[in-house]
Ligand binder design. Structure first.
Ligand SMILES: [Zn+2]
Length: 72
């Protein structure tokens, strides 16, 4: 009965908002990391969302040690 939660695929935040519709589909925007795109992760529950976020944050920490990230 809980609605599905939309999570940012980059940082795992649930601060992902529907931005605008494009011919390719709904675009979403993350308030925390600035991610924009049509792909979002859907979680079935708060526990699921939390677990996904923790995994993504761990990946982000690993990735942030790579020096070659040209942030656009
Ligand atoms: Zn994000």
């Amino acid at each position: 009965m809980e609605p599905r939660l939309r999570l940012c695929p980059r940082c795992g935040s649930h601060e992902v908002h529907a931005d605008h519709l494009t011919p390719l589909g709904q675009r979403h925007k993350c308030r925390e990391c600035g991610y924009e795109g049509s792909f979002v992760i859907e979680a079935d529950s708060l526990e699921d969302a939390k677990r996904i976020r923790e995994e993504l944050q761990a990946q982000l920490e690993e990735a942030s040690e790579e020096p070659d990230d040209g942030d656009e």
